[in-house]
Ligand binder design. Structure first.
Ligand SMILES: [Zn+2]
Ligand SMILES: [Zn+2]
Length: 305
């Protein structure tokens, strides 16, 4: 009797074809090859846009393109489905003047938009408004991230409207949204939480509708998507980034309870809380929407040492 030893090598293959698996999506119990993952990702974005009516046929969408992987995933996926869905996509970048960071991101964004043939609108904060976020942070004695948030919200809203776009799209992913939700739930910011929806409608004639097409996509999926589409992206984080630790907490829960993140995000989509009505005024200096006499951006801009 002969004995033979068989060495069986298991190579995981795609759930949809015979190619090699490059990513395993635990939530969907899917092993996918590069081709089928790209197809899965774009199909999911397309279905999500349809489900939440994020973009109407014939509309023009401005993508906030910081140069990070999430904003790139947003730009690439919207661009890939734009023709089928009948909308236009352009990009918007703000050069915030952050030392050792903004220059790299701006060059990258210009290069990618050139390569893709996407129209890029750019605001150089120092050139147009005379300050950088770091300078304003020192003058106002506020953290750089808080000034940065004020500047981005203001300019994205204003530029999208003034340039004539219908929607502003941001690359917020599922992990970002869960982090925001944890922080705001614990601070009892329920009204703020209720506004974190895939589509934030026009609440005032000067407020641009905002959409988050990657609301149900994870950080990992976004990174895999842009890489498998053949793009590299700068890995340098903003030097002012503050890590709250909530993303790690959510990932620990996910390890113990598969599907937690997706269930959580779907609950956030349905969460509602009474929103205060009619508290929009316009800033007496710039005429932009504001909750006080002078808007947060003008306060930052006009700060004295
Ligand atoms: Zn495949
Ligand atoms: Zn103002």
């Amino acid at each position: 009797m002969s004995t033979e030893t068989y060495h069986v090598v298991f190579q995981m293959v795609c759930s949809r074809c015979n190619r090699k698996e490059v990513i395993y999506l635990r939530n969907y119990r899917l092993r996918l090859c590069s081709f089928h993952f790209i197809d899965f990702f774009e199909r999911k974005v397309f279905d999500f846009i349809r489900k939440f009516k994020l973009i109407k046929r014939g509309e023009s969408v401005l993508v906030a393109f910081s140069g990070g992987k999430d904003s790139l995933a947003c730009l690439l996926s919207l661009r890939s489905i734009a023709d089928e869905h009948g909308f236009n996509v352009s990009a918007y970048h703000i050069d915030l003047g952050i030392n050792g960071y903004s220059y790299t991101m701006r060059k990258y964004v210009e290069e990618i938009c050139g390569e893709l043939g996407v129209t890029l609108h750019l605001t150089d904060l120092k050139e147009k408004y005379g300050f950088t976020v770091e300078e304003a942070s020192k003058k106002r004695k506020r953290p750089v991230c808080s000034v940065c948030g004020i500047v981005k919200r203001y300019l994205m809203n204003r530029e999208t409207r003034e340039l004539g776009y219908n929607k502003l799209a941001t690359g917020h992913n599922m992990d970002d949204m869960i982090e925001f939700a944890f922080k705001n739930w614990l601070n009892q910011e329920f009204e703020w939480l209720a506004k974190q929806k895939p589509l934030l409608p026009q609440l005032h004639p000067k407020v641009t509708p905002k959409i988050k097409p990657l609301f149900e996509r994870t950080e990992k999926e976004n990174a895999a998507y842009v890489t498998l589409k053949g793009f590299e992206y700068p890995l340098n984080e903003c030097p002012n980034t503050y890590l709250s630790g909530w993303k790690e907490v959510a990932s620990k829960i996910e390890e113990m309870k598969t599907g937690f993140k997706l269930m959580f995000i779907k609950s956030l989509e349905k969460f509602s809380y009474p929103l205060r009505q009619g508290d929009f005024k316009v800033c007496s200096l710039c005429g932009e929407p504001s909750s006080s006499e002078i808007c947060a951006f003008c306060k930052v801009k006009t700060a004295k040492i």
